[in-house]
Structure formats: structure tokens, C-alpha cells
Design a binder for this molecule. Sequence first.
Ligand SMILES: [Zn+2]
Length: 334
Amino acid sequence: MTDRIIIKDPFDMHIHFREGEMLDLVAPLSAETFSGGIIMPNLVPPVDNIERLDNYISEIDNAVKGYNFTPFMTIFFKKYSREFLELVKGKIRAIKLYPAGATTNSDEGIKEIEDAFDTLRIMEELGIPLLVHGETHGFVMDREQEFLGIYDHLATEFPKLMIVMEHITTAAAVELLDKNDNLFATVTLQHLCITLDDVIGGLMQPHNFCKPIAKRPEDKSALLNAALSAHPKLSFGSDSAPHPIDKKESAYCSAGCFTSPFALQYLADIFESNGKLDNLQRFVSDNAMINYNLSSNNKTVTLVRGEYTIPEKYGNVVPFNSGKKLNWKIEEVS
Ligand SMILES: [Zn+2]
């Protein structure tokens, strides 16, 4: 039985760092264990111009200084000119598209996908990946599935554009991965662990509530199988999304699970209990390095067998599954 796991350059390919005090609280918690991560741009107002981007970069740099961590920046998808995209290209890793109003702070997202085509064509030419929050405005359990046709359409229309289906939650999305060469995906920790039952099957669990909503048991199994087998087009993206406790434990509960600080320990537990520890390195690092063409920070995280309890709170944020005992803890980060 293995008692020690060494993970080289873990990457979190979907994180919400927020701004201000929340950024100062959560960014170091990710930077401590991860080598880098894709930082989402859905602030209010969104990150959609150079000045806002530069300011956000310096705010993040300030929050993570002293850590070996690379923030991969994104901007919020809008219709952009070639001139702008050429200018911003060196500062960002991707552009994130939100259908209007689908999730937290996405009211300015694109309404009709064809409206996006001119910009997508330029992104394809310039080699800027497109990250998508793929949900329609249909019935909440069907939103992702209904969006899959749009992914298919985009992937065919722009065959050289790297398109990432963010935080996939359905078996059908896993299947679509193998259909188009230029479609990739991220999956969160919580969607490998929970179904809708864990959100509203008993007493309502606000800390399990996120968008896209957790789906059916067969969806969870398909996601878990893809992660455990380290599907080469799937990367870990926590979608770690902190909200202050009064926004979660309240009427009008905000969507988002906070997981990033203990994601590696938790994933080690999941991979071990399924006999797939050997695939963890690929799922949390190698796949992302290959698909997004990342370079190594030469960071290693050593996990050892030993009880670790997920804290009740980080500042004013209650994490996903607080109080849960995990079987792996971090011994060293170097
Ligand atoms: Zn997100």
C-alpha cells in the first residue's frame, strides 16, 4: 500500500479568485498547493479591457507573492476587435464565454452564439482558447445537455479553435469529448462526489449548491470514470467559488462550492478508493500541461497517508463538505 504520493505541478484549470478581501483570503489557499490555475473573469464589472486586466493581474500577484504559482488570466467574452485581441493575447491564456445570466455575475454574457462568430474566427487564427460555461436557459436539469449541440456546432465551425467545456456535469458531455478533436473539458471535485440528492434530496444543503447543478447518479459515474481513467482531454478545474457565509446560508443562496485548498487531498482519497492513484498525476497536471501547453513551475506536492479534516471555515467562507475526514494530508510543498 502506498503511503506517499508526489504530485508534480498540480494545476487547477478553473478558479474564482474574486477581488479585494475575498481575493486576499482565497488566492493564497490555492497558490499554496497548486502550480497555477485559470482565473475566471466574471467580476463586477467583468474583466473585459486591458486596464481592468492589468489591475486584476497586479492584485492577484500581490495576493500570491511568495508562492510558486502562475495565474493564467482570462477575459470575459465580448465582441472584440482583432486589434484588441492582438494586444491582449500575451497577457491571457483564454477567453471565457458565459451565455447571458447563466451564473454568478454573467449578466453581460453573449445572447446569440452567432453574434460571437467574428470574434471566434479571430481567436481561432490567433490561437486563443475559448472556455465556455455551457448552459442554455432551459429547465435547470437539462441546461447542459441542451447546450451540447452548440458545442458541437462551434467545434465544427471552428476546427482549429480549442474549446473547453467548463465544469461538465453530464454523461452526454463526456461522450461529446470523443466526438470532436478540438473539444476539451474540465470537471470539478464536487461533481465527482455528489448528485442532486446531496443538494435537495433531504434537508437543503446550500454548500453543495453550485451551477451547473449536480445531476443524476449515472452522470456522476460517467464523470468519475472519465476522471479516474485520466481521460486525456479532461483536466481538473475546481470551479472553487467562495461566497461569504451570509450569501450561502440564506434565502437566495448563491451558487458555488469552495474546494480549492483541500482538492488534492480529496482527489487522492477518491482516486485511491477506486484503485486509480496512478492516474492522479495525469488528471491534475499532465493533461492540462499538454492540452493548454503549460510550462512546469518545478513545484512538487507530497501527500502522505494521515487524517485530515476539512476546516469548518476559511475566514467567512464555509467550504464544501466541511468537517469531513480525508485519508491524505499534505506533508510538503517544494
Ligand atoms: Zn466557474
